[in-house]
Design a binder for this molecule. Structure first.
Ligand SMILES: Nc1ncnc2c1ncn2[C@@H]1O[C@H](COP(=O)(O)OP(=O)(O)OP(=O)(O)O)[C@@H](O)[C@H]1O
Ligand SMILES: [Mg+2]
Length: 260
């Protein structure tokens, strides 16, 4: 039975889908069998982020309505072995029952090492549905106060669920601003949330510029390397997190800082 991890945040747009997709790729490339589930029913975009939107024929609602078998709705990633996606594009699917969703997740866990659920933003029905089926959670936040406050609220809500682990990933960290004391660092977020921070992902123009993370060509990019460290934490329990400030230290770093 595979582990099921929900990637959630409270605040929208902080990078849940990007991190779910990249983490799934990194874990699959490390040899795990990973299934991604887009729980943002109707507002799904994990297929786009993975660059496989044209390969999606059926989705979660088709499974619920008996229009296809679960295996038919799973899309195998064309370039990453062991990575598949269950999408949720149907606009009318927001009423998807908790019972069906949990049954689907249980079935996926039987065939995967890891099931990663991309949670919708907010804390309503969709959040509850996604979190209820998971046994671990990763809260994604950006280092801005509004995002950290929402992460804190989500962390409170998560205590009502039976989760074995709740950990935090800080996304879009600007190392130059952290060094100048103008932005929150990982330590600040950790003390504000009183939860372990297991990943620090830099703000990286590559993420914005590449249409999809599904065709990662640069495995040396700061973004991919930072997410690989999170994959290693999840799979092996390592606790090294990416140092987003390293690039801005020393003489070269000085020039990078003033060039931004
Ligand atoms: N580390 C990063 N560096 C630069 N841009 C990023 C980074 N992470 C995410 N982004 C960008 O931020 C935007 C929002 O990301 P994403 O869609 O993953 O967020 P989300 O939390 O899933 O949003 P929603 O709550 O709407 O589902 C996207 O344009 C994405 O490319
Ligand atoms: Mg999203």
């Amino acid at each position: 039975m595979g582990r099921c991890i929900v990637v959630t945040s409270g605040k929208g747009g902080v990078g849940k889908s990007t991190i779910t997709a990249t983490l799934g790729m990194a874990m699959a490339e490390a040899g795990a069998k990973v299934t991604l589930v887009d729980a943002d029913v109707g507002l799904n975009n994990l297929d786009l982020v993975l660059g496989i939107e044209n390969a999606v024929s059926y989705d979660l609602t088709d499974v619920e309505r008996g229009r296809c078998r679960l295996t038919e709705a799973l899309v195998n990633h064309p370039f990453t072995e062991n990575l598949s996606l269950l999408s949720s594009r149907a606009l009318g699917g927001a009423n998807l029952s908790q019972k069906t969703f949990s049954a689907v997740i249980a079935a996926l866990r039987r065939g995967s090492d890891y099931v990663l659920i991309d949670c919708p933003a907010g804390i309503d029905e969709g959040f509850h549905r996604a979190v209820s089926s998971a046994d671990e959670a990763i809260i994604v936040t950006t280092p801005i106060p509004a995002s950290v406050r929402d992460a804190d609220k989500v962390s409170d809500l998560l205590s009502a669920y039976r989760l074995r682990r709740v950990e935090v990933v800080v996304n879009r960290v600007r190392g130059d601003l952290v060094l100048k004391g103008e932005a929150l660092g990982v330590g600040d977020v950790m003390s504000a949330l009183r939860l372990p921070v297991v990943g620090s992902v830099p703000e990286d123009d590559e993420v914005l510029l590449s249409a999809t993370v599904g065709r990662i060509t640069d495995r040396e990019s700061r973004h991919y390397r930072s997410v690989c460290m999170i994959a290693s934490h999840v799979m092996l329990g390592t606790d090294t997190i990416f140092d987003c400030t390293a690039r801005y230290r020393g003489i070269l770093g000085f020039f990078r800082k003033i060039a931004r």
